[in-house]
Write a protein that binds this ligand. Structure first.
Ligand code: NOJ
Length: 564
């Protein structure tokens, strides 16, 4: 049976990291007017929904994921008037807006926290997790961005520790307090009433944690993190949030879902549960990480059968209810083509377009990160001075303090660092890729000079950008590409990812050569048809005249429509 149909299942999402999109003031930082300037471009891509990384007032310890005021626009990005203009410009072009909702924590500069830390009997005291020092040192908790990797920060003023699973300037909000939840719901109404269409919910399973704080016998970070998410009240809170807020609008929510396993998936997104609509699972993002590591990549990359397995298993999870989200990158991970494809000059274009073909022919809502449409690549900084990210900088300091191998750390960051994704969008081949007339807040990837720019690709028929537009148009044209059942063919094949998508009499065959070599593929008996019609390919087809036999060039993608 086909799932219920709705705009956020059919939509293609384009994620914008505003700090790096387009600077119109010359201060080197992207801004809302920069996005307004590019709205025609964005609409021309054939995408439907924009997800904006946080644009709220923030001291920017973690680039906006530390919010000081949830109802104010970050000064560097512009004003509320700019926001209103952006939103109406989007509506005029049929684009929807999804905002980032960061409510596991806020900034230590938020009024709530300033009050909370002022005295033990302050009305805001219970907005955060405090551990009074007279109880002794709190049980060890690992923290993502802390220099000591310690999630408890001692605060002298009230002789107590506060909890921060992220940076020391990101205290965790205490969702157990109904007042905190009400504050969040009111704030969400504020943005919905302005006309936004949904929220991407930052680390949402973390809102319910084990606040009995047992001693954890762990050595590695991931052993701690297992205790941070999906606490006893997670479903109660999400259900309440849906009832109180989201259900009142024509809107959707997508949670960032660290810690949500495939077995629990439907508990979050089954329509009957009325919690959230989709979430980003982490199985793909951890696929090529070193064992036990949170930030390092493993040697040798990933194998195609294990990549297929992640997508096939997750597709099955939502085959009858719920809905999946598809992504290969975002602002927290290396670039799509550098990680899952091959960004050497020989294979860059084919692998970038193959990966676009993949996301746009799978079931689930596809999320593209800015620059994916032109095949932007990892910048691979060599100097710690090039980095701006608290994650890289603090871990560098920690390695240094512990006398660790800094060279190995820098090498690893070239593949793993979040800032591979955060370098400025490459608009043209003038200085700084047309991102800013000033000095960019972070260095631009130099490949804007060699073809990786919008201007270079705009009017070229065979460019990555042109291919992306053809692919988004295809997805729009054929409902089977959105709702059709997915079937993986020869899951064990190490070079070719082959699958069919079927909706009633509409059927597609997708063949993707995930390798640097020419590859051959024979369709098994189980796939039968009378005629195949090529719908798109990112390269010239060698020869597909033999029935059910295919030969694909390196990183070639081909989509056929099958007729019985
Ligand atoms: C996930 C966000 O995507 C990331 O950028 C941020 O640093 C952490 N959550 C903390 O908010």
């Amino acid at each position: 049976m086909m799932q219920t149909q709705t705009w956020w299942k059919e939509g293609i999402v384009y994620q914008i990291y505003p700090r790096s999109y387009r600077d119109t003031t010359g201060n080197g930082i992207g801004d809302l007017r920069g996005i307004i300037e590019k709205l025609d471009y964005i609409a021309s891509l054939g995408v439907d929904i924009i997800w904006l990384n946080p644009i709220y007032d923030s001291p920017n310890d973690d680039n906006g994921y530390d919010i000081r005021d949830y109802r104010k626009i970050m000064a560097e990005f512009g004003t509320m008037d700019d926001f209103d203009e952006l939103l109406s410009g989007m509506k005029a072009r049929g684009l929807r807006l999804v905002m980032d909702l960061v409510v596991n924590h806020c900034s230590d500069e938020h009024e709530w926290f300033k009050e909370s830390r002022a005295s033990r009997d302050n009305p805001y005291r219970d907005y955060f997790h405090w551990w009074p020092a007279e109880k002794g040192t709190p049980p060890k908790r690992w923290s993502y961005f802390d220099l000591e990797e310690n999630a408890w920060q001692y605060d002298k003023q009230t002789d107590a520790y506060y909890l921060h699973y992220f940076a020391v300037k990101q205290p965790d909000l205490k969702w157990e307090n109904p007042k905190v939840r009400q504050e969040v719901y009111d704030m969400m109404h504020f943005w919905f009433q302005k006309g936004v269409d949904g929220f991407r919910m930052d680390v949402i399973p973390f809102i319910s944690k084990d606040i009995t704080y047992p001693e954890i016998d762990a050595k590695e970070p991931h052993e701690y993190i297992a205790y941070y998410a999906n606490g006893p009240k997670v479903h109660e809170y999400l259900n309440e949030l849906n009832n109180e807020v989201v259900s009142k609008y024509d809107a959707f929510t997508v949670g960032e879902g660290p810690g949500i396993s495939i077995d629990d998936a439907l508990d979050f997104v089954h329509e009957d549960r009325k919690e959230i609509d989709m979430f980003f699972h982490f199985d793909l993002m951890s696929l090529d990480r070193a064992p036990g590591e949170v930030f390092k990549m493993r040697d040798g990359g990933y194998s195609l059968p294990e990549f297929k397995k992640v997508f096939t298993d997750w597709d099955a999870a939502f085959a009858k209810a719920g809905w999946g989200s598809l992504f290969l990158a975002n602002h927290d991970f290396p670039r799509t083509v550098s990680r899952w494809g091959n960004d050497t000059p020989e294979h860059w274009r084919n692998s970038a377009t193959l990966l676009q073909t993949f996301l746009l022919t799978m079931r689930g809502t596809p999320y593209f990160y800015q620059g994916d449409e032109i095949g932007m690549t990892n910048v691979r900084f060599t100097d710690i001075e090039d980095y701006r990210d608290i994650n890289t900088i603090n871990r560098y300091e920690t390695v240094k303090k512990r006398g660790g191998d800094l060279e190995a750390f820098m090498d690893s960051e070239q593949h793993a660092a979040r800032e591979n994704a955060r370098t400025p969008m490459q608009w043209d081949n003038t200085e700084n890729a047309g991102f800013t007339s000033g000095t960019p807040w972070i260095n631009v990837n130099s490949d804007y000079k060699t073809g990786v720019s919008v201007k270079d690709q705009l009017n070229k028929k065979d460019s990555t950008l042109s291919y992306f537009k053809q692919m988004t148009a295809l997805r729009k044209k054929y409902p089977a590409l959105v709702y059709g059942a997915y079937k993986c063919i020869k899951a064990e094949d190490e070079q070719i990812y082959c699958y069919t998508r079927t909706l009633e009499s509409e059927r597609f065959l997708v063949l993707l050569n995930f390798s640097e070599d020419t590859a051959h593929f024979s369709l098994p008996l189980s796939v039968s048809y009378n005629r195949k019609i090529k719908v798109i390919s990112n390269d010239k087809i060698i020869d597909d005249r033999t029935f059910k036999e295919f030969t694909l060039r390196p990183w070639q993608a081909i989509v056929y429509r099958l007729e019985n």
